[in-house]
Design a protein. Sequence first.
Length: 332
Amino acid sequence: MKSFKHLALIFTLILALGALAACGSSEGENEEDTSNGDTQSETDGGEALSGDVKVAGSSTVYPMALYVQERYAAKEGDVNVTLQSIGSGGGFEKSTKGEIDLSNASRPIKEEEKKKAEENDINLHELTLAYDGLTVAVSAENDFVENLTVEQLRKIFLDSSDAKKWSDINPDWPDETIKIFAPGHQSGTFDYFNEVILEDNAMREDGDVQTSEDDNTLVRGIKNSEYAIGFFGYAYYLQNEDSLKALGIQNGEDAEPVKPSSESIQSGEYEPLSRPLFTYVVESALEKPQVYDYTMYMLENAGEAAKEVGYVALPEEKYQEQIDKVKELAGK
């Protein structure tokens, strides 16, 4: 009897030990599976982005760039994107020295700027973000000007012109001094206007002319004076169309005046003041993960940003072509 009880006890202990071993094996397998799952997730997600992205340049491109910056910050809060509105020339001055990663511009890079970049072993690549119509505007209170010819624009803005009053442009207009508010010489908007309207001749720089790299300063100056005139990107007009009046531009004797609009800018009908807007990326900066990611995000969202602030988006395939170009530059 004792022998039977002893055997039963041994049998019970064996069963208990087997059950414990099975549980231990099951728990170990579960722990391994969880670990492998976490490791795979980290690999798929990649490392968290951080660091700086430095962007500077055109005040015209600035509204688009700000729209992208704010939304990117919500996506990648650990990446510090700094954005400066210092004019296209100011942006190129920094990018050609390698001081920033992206240089916004409302005109193409100049040959002397390309040369400076080459001297500093900097490769800049042009990316087109949107189309803009450089808008010539007066105050909404101005009730005598609706359209101007290109020749009249030259009379108003050229330094060599004797026209200083509105009546000098058209005898039916007021005998009042023309107040001019124009972008500064570091601005790509100034460069473009100088090229297509003034034909690279000197613009007026007297006491009735105020220049600024800040387009909002120009807007305030124009809307507060019935006899003022100036020019800036189409987005700044749209933001202030209740207090400004965009003028129609007649390009040629037989042409009809055309006012800027999304349709006339995209079609090129608004000439000669329709133009592309750019950013230039420093190729070596694309080696930094946060710069590559931000550049890709900017191109993926440029169309939406353009529409949001009042510019004209490119066809979707044009953005895709540039996305592929950036991938190639970055070796992706």
